[in-house]
Design a protein around this ligand. Sequence first.
Ligand code: GDG
Length: 494
Amino acid sequence: MKESSTRIVAVSNRLPIRLVQGPEGWEIKPGAGGLVTALAPVFKNRGGTWIGWSGGTNDADLAGLMGPASREAGYTLHPVPLSAKEVADYYYGFSNEIIWPLFHDLQTRCNFNPDYWYQYLNVNRKFAEVIARFSRDSNYVWVHDYHLMHIGQALKDLGVERNIGFFLHIPFPPADIFMKLPWRAQILRALLEYKLVGFQTLRDRRNFIQCLRHITSDIKILGRGPVVTVTIGDKEVRVGAFPISIDYAAFVRDAESKEVADLAWYLHEALPDRQIILGIDRLDYTKGIPERLEAFRDTLNRFPELQEKITLVQVVVPSREEVPEYQALKAEIERRVGEINGQFTRSGWVPVHYLYRSLERTELLAYYRLAEIALITPLKDGMNLVAKEYCACNLEQNGVLILSEFAGAAAQLYKGAIMVNPYDVEGVSSAIHQAFYMDKKERRARMRKLREIVRHRDIFWWINIFLKAALVRDLHAFPAIEDYILEFPLESQK
Ligand code: GDG
């Protein structure tokens, strides 16, 4: 199979589109996620197909819209129709009440309901049927993320042979956590039905291989470096670490625009003589928002001289709002914001500016440009693209990135960022203090380093290395160990 000309079939839980209710019924608009933006030009060049759920539960309404939407996108879209019950048990249930918390090391939040598992199998089989129908054996089928770990197995059960690879966007947990999953062996065996399994970091890959050792002793690892070959019996699977990234050039270009520059100036003018600390997260308990607010409160208590000199702008993007756990998290965040502002606000200074909404791209980039400090402290995160986007947009190179040790991005960015344990309230607050007083020279040196890494290892590089690992016959042709697979050394060296 040739790398450059192989037609790709991308498969993800959601199609890269948004459904919008227009005056004459549903309208389809292009999606805006990083993966869509990255894959779209590649697909346009070599042709491609995207398979996924439309986001609705009445696909009959959409049937006539997919053709025009595909023509507009430049690649073909095929929806996998799902009923409300399937969405409830496969998506909200198995994916988001079991795999999401478990893979972020939060096993006490898991609801191991067996019905969810059966529905997960059922929906993965439905995806496999659509793949079987709309792909050929000369295609490369690239499956994305934790909702669809069983597709390789489902295709095999259907007797369909494809060159198929999988990329996990979230972390893979250590064995003592993963082994709590009642369906652990089935999931591991299903993942071995892919020809390539990709993770964000070496840490995730090591966890995966350790879990495999729990279900079999007949395992060999061949090779070294970012991609290795795992053999189990007569099965051979490539397993690699491929840190996802952003379209660096597009972020720089847009951040340079007059619109973004003007808005950044205007927003900062409203908060003169202060350093702005920025937090941007989807509403999710993995992002460590309450812990971060505690650290900010601690900063104001322990370093009172910083009062009126720092402002935390915390953007929380609404997500999974119909789930009670997320409603409770929102209430908790709002309670803490209220307490901090109640305690510290002075005339002309409100310590926390809290925005509960999604920002337009221009506004998002303006905040990235203007913030002197980015405070990115997830409890655990596959990668965290916000960290990379902040660096790309920091054109003046005067920003400081404070980053969680438990974000996948730590492996690449730890040398330029101030690294923190998000559970360590005083550690994070000391990092804020350090960032506040960091001089221009050090800021510039660190930010340069960070931007260089993100520029060099952008989203196009990511697509290329994944496809190379999937399609080269001989892994010796694969690049040797390079900076991108460095691991964050937890205690030894910071
Ligand atoms: C999963 C993994 C992994 C955020 N707020 C706004 C907005 N965003 C955009 C950001 C960024 C994206 O959303 C968030 O990406 P993250 O990587 O931070 O997080 P997840 O959504 O949890 O994604 C993660 C990722 O997959 C990719 O593999 O990095 O670890 O959990 O691109 O810019 N965009 C706009 N307005 C906002 O208010 N327009």
